[in-house]
Ligand binder design. Sequence first.
Ligand code: NDP
Ligand code: 2IT
Length: 448
Amino acid sequence: MEFKNEYLAKVYENVVKRNSSEPEFLQAVKEVFESIELVADKRQDFVDAGIFDRIAEPERFIMFRVSWLDDNGKVQVNRGYRVQFNSAIGPYKGGIRFHPTVNASVIKFLGFEQTFKNSLTGLPMGGGKGGADFDPKGKSDNEIMKFCQAFMTELQKYIGADTDVPAGDIGVGAREIGYMFGQYKRIRDEFTGVLTGKGLHYGGSLARKQATGYGLCYFTREMLATKNDSFDGKTVVISGSGNVALYACEKVYQLGGKVVAMSDSNGYVYDENGIDFKIMQQLKEVEKKRVKDYADIVKTATYVEGCRNIWNVKCDIALPCATQNELDENGAKELIANGVKYVAEGANMPSTPEAVEAFLNAGVYFGPAKAANAGGVATSGLEMSQNSMRLSWTFEEVDEKLNGIMKGIYKAAYDAAKEYGCEGNLVKGANIAGFLKVAEAMKSQGVM
Ligand code: NDP
Ligand code: 2IT
């Protein structure tokens, strides 16, 4: 039996039966259930209210065809998704991912995780996620616009500022949000905060772009402080080189650390002198080039083919910021053998369960995604507040609130772990703290 609590074992069995072809979703549910069985033992009221039976079943799952014309006038068809997972504590909220690997399992795992992450922020946001199996790589700007318009033409039926508020994720940044916002406005004739991560000229929040990466480092700083340690002089490896990775890199330097390696899906660059943030930002964010090109510009850097090899690089702190299951048991063992002390997840579920176990067993202090990367959605929450008030805060104001929220999340996860007898296990702590608020709200609102 997978669980000590018999009731939860039965509930999980049912989840497996219903979702047998969805490995990522089951992986995410299992991890959360392994933590909240401690709650099930203590809280018969939650058992009686059927909270555990309901929590892994999304309130709504929408799947739709997205047809559009490419630059050659040829019809292209993609599949779009939105999962509206849980609205107990606020409107559905979560990003949109455009990547060829997007499927029902990936969207559901992300929406499930988002529910607890959003709860941890302390802001009133439920859990949702969406996306399409569209590959933005090699598409012209015109094709991106056509796709975004076709995608939103269908999605707009289901979302709204008080219903469901999407944002960016892999393959969706300010450009895509702009095209989707424009299409929503055209069809619904409403200028509302229906999306976050908007451009600064039309209601976007300052510091939203930086928020996930910055927040990850603020969270890591709290982890370090618990061990009477700091970023000062630390060597850091960051996987990925997209939105989250880039701004984690910038903040590591601001806090006194040094980033020695970054990657994309093809390979990684290493430079013992430190990766130059400005050059990497220009290359990836502005010119949309590859990490390989970095080594052509910076002569002290070396490029290594194969992104998973990045975990062979010796470091004190590892920040996986690319995608799910990018760090497996082998990667974890390499990091441990090379003396890694801290791992904090910028991506969603980047470490496999075996990798997480290896870190915990080796005494590596581990910060799980739903706590460590919550700064992005938290700042989306701040964007929603600013939109509702029809005003905007300064960069410094938003950044300070973000730091405060990340400190609060760390404390909530740390304290919950302690209260439930697993001090120092932030995986369990984050799952329990995130779950409790959602569960209380579901119980108060009755069976639905
Ligand atoms: P971007 O699209 O900006 O960047 C993604 C990065 O990850 C790229 O470097 C990309 O490389 C790499 N990558 C993507 N898929 C794979 C893959 N299958 N294998 C190897 N590398 C891959 O996305 P974000 O930075 O926004 O997102 C990164 C992670 O952070 C995701 O897990 C996302 O869910 C999570 N996240 C994002 C938040 C946000 O606010 N944006 C908030 C919280 C979490 P390549 O260019 O080669 O594809
Ligand atoms: O995974 C995430 O938290 C995000 N992609 C951000 C979601 C949001 O609504 O800002």
